[in-house]
Every structure is written in structure tokens, then in C-alpha cells.
Design a protein around this ligand. Sequence first.
Ligand code: PLP
Length: 429
Amino acid sequence: MHDKLAIHGGTQVRDALFPAHVTVADDEMAAVSKVIESGILSNYLGAYHENFMGGETVRECETRWAERFGAKHALAVNSNTSGLIAAMGAIGVQPGDEVIVTAYSMSASAVAPLFYGATPIFADVEPDMFCLDPASIEAVITERTKAIIVVDLFGQPFNVKAIRALAQKHDLKIIEDAAQAPGIQIDGEYAGLLGDIGIFSLNYHKHIHSGEGGIILTNDDDLAQRLSLIRNHAEAVVEPMGVTDLTNMLGFNFRMTEIEAAIAIHQLEKLDGLLQERWDRVSYFEQKMAGFPGFSLPVVRENATHAYYQHACLWDVSSGIQRNAFVDAVKAELPVFELREKEGVKLGAGYVRPIYMLPTFQHRISIGGAHDPLKSSWQDYSKGLCPVVEDLHHNTLIAHEFIVPSMAESDIDDVVRAFEKVWDLRTQL
Ligand SMILES: *Cc1c(COP(=O)(O)O)cnc(C)c1O
């Protein structure tokens, strides 16, 4: 039927763009107009004042998010990255401390401790679920370890039982980067509330977004107060607020605007529907790909749901075909998404480089100077540090976003046809 792969000049399986995935509509537009009409686009004051905690819309947004997840506190910030940094400050991370991080995530999940002069210590991930491996964490705990930053990678919740047990045994805090996992549960508990502090991202690429933004959840009153101080110029208000522990009470401006908060309120209402649409597309794709010889489909942790930020499959290396060549050939058969043309075909060989391969770690220069926390780290950032991450990244992981809600079944059929075509013609690779 097909005689030539598109990568060799054959006809593409499809050239018409995939439909844009857009989650904002008239309701967000109306909410934003209302804020603009009010004339107040942000109503924070970095001083001891009732507006220290933000304007009306920010506070309403926080109430809605807290209620939705059954959290005691939700704090709106301007990004998940800010939330991670604030979390490090709130739990009292300081120079000399070590914080265990994953080598496989967006870089912010690993570098946050450095802003407080602490050292990130890398642990490896589970080969099938891609979250931090409890045994690998245990192997790098020292008397300096203060916390673990866990990531619900691709929307899979981390190994809660085992990692909580480790945290309890060694008196460590758990900070959960739930950027990719809003709305999923394990054993009836929501991602975002599985550790001491959890953080969602509302950047444009996430399940729901407000342009930029982040929501921090915690059930701990003291941590919530410290987070709110770090968010908004702590040093200026500790005195009138009667804060006595001044450690890390230097504040940033991590404030979310009223406009973003108005959008985030409406986006939250859409979360469940958008997750269900993803689940429908995943089940359609998986049913069509069942028995495909090239790779295995994602597994979901026991008693958990998965948010499928990306649908992460594992390439079967025993096929003898090189993964990158296969992925490049499939990409050549498929179009990009409307609105995101410049990002290329949403199919990846690997995910991101092991974080310790970034120049910051390779050169041990982060906050700079002879006392840089990376200069004294006992960890060796050479190849082999986290073998599972390296193998996933270089050889076996194939992740795609063809499960976003804008994809119709007929669009997914084209994706399946592309995988099948390249497999059938694999001798041309
Ligand atoms: C997107 C993302 C972040 C960063 O989120 P921002 O809101 O852009 O700061 C951090 N960690 C993970 C796992 C992410 O996917």
C-alpha cells in the first residue's frame, strides 16, 4: 500500500494540521473584561495591610482551588517555579542542606534548592512509571538531607506509600511538583496534597492555564503563612506580623494578577471535563495500538488515576531498530498542531536531558563563586549517575501529546496509521 516513507520523500500519512488545543473561551473573556473594567489589575500591597494577601479575585481563586481539592490552604503565585522556590524557603532549607531531586523533569524541579544555597542530590526513577525510585532515594539520604522534591511525571502520581515511609523514618519534608498532574488521585488522595506542600502550574502548556501562574496547596498553617510571606516581600512585614523565625524571611514578588486569577477560576471549572476527554482519547489510542510490536503502552500505578500530560510509551529495543530513527520517521508522516506550528510535531524521543547534564551542574556554577553549593556536592555529575533516566532518555522513552482534547478519533486514526506505516516499512530506516 505505502511504498516509501515520508522521511525519504514518500507521501505523508497526513499533512493537514491537527486541530489547536485551546481551553479558553467566552467565559474567560468575560471574567477578564470584568477585571479590566474594575481598573485594578492586581491589588497586592507588599506591606502590613489587608491587601497583603492580594485582591478579591486572587482570594476567590484561592478559595475555589482549596475547596476543589479539599485543601486547608491554596496560594496563588505567578508560576510553579516560584512555588517550588517558595516551598524551599518555607520549609527552612539553608546552605549546607541537601534536597533529593529527580534527574528526569523540567529543570525547575531540581534547581529550586540552589536559590537557598542548598544542594540538589539526584536520585534515579522507576523504569516503568518514571517517578523517583524509593530505593534510589534511600541510597542518597545523608544526615544533611532535609527534603525530597517529588514530581508526578507525565501525570503519574509518585510512589506515595514508600516515599512517605522514607520521609517519616528520616524526618524529611516532601515537596510535590504536581505541575503535570492536576485532578488525579491515588488511594483517594489528590495529587498536590500528597506531600507537605504541592504545586500546580498554570502555564500555557499545562492541562489548564492562565497564561502563566501556579497554585500551591498545603494543609499546614505555619507553612501556608511562610509561603504567603515569601510570595510578597516578607522582610517588610515580619515585624508587624509578629513573625519570630526570620530564617528565609526574605520575600520575592511571586504574586499572581487579578487577570490571571479570573482566568484560573474558570479553568478550574473545566479541569474535570478536560481530564475525561484526555482519558477518552488515551483509551481510543491504546485500543487501536494494542498489539503494536514497537512499544509498550504506559502503566498506571495501583489505585491511581493518571493525568496523561504526555502519553509516555516504552520503545522495545529488542526490535533491533533504533528508536530515534523510528521517531524521526513517524514525525515526518504527521503534521504539527495549529497555533503551535513552531514547536514541531508533538512526538518526542526521550523527554528532557538528565538534569545533571545541564551546564549548571557540569560546570558546578549556580549561584556562583567559590562557595557555590555545587562545588562541594559529593555527587559526580558524569554519565552513569542515574542509569534509568539515561536509558529512558537516550534509548527507550517515546512520549506524545496526541491525546489532547482537541484530537478527534479520526485525527488519532492518522497517528496510528503513521506508526503502523513506519513499522511496516522499518527496513527503510
Ligand atoms: C511546567 C512544569 C514546571 C514549571 O512550571 P511553570 O509554571 O512554568 O514555572 C515545573 N515542573 C514540571 C514537572 C512542569 O511540567
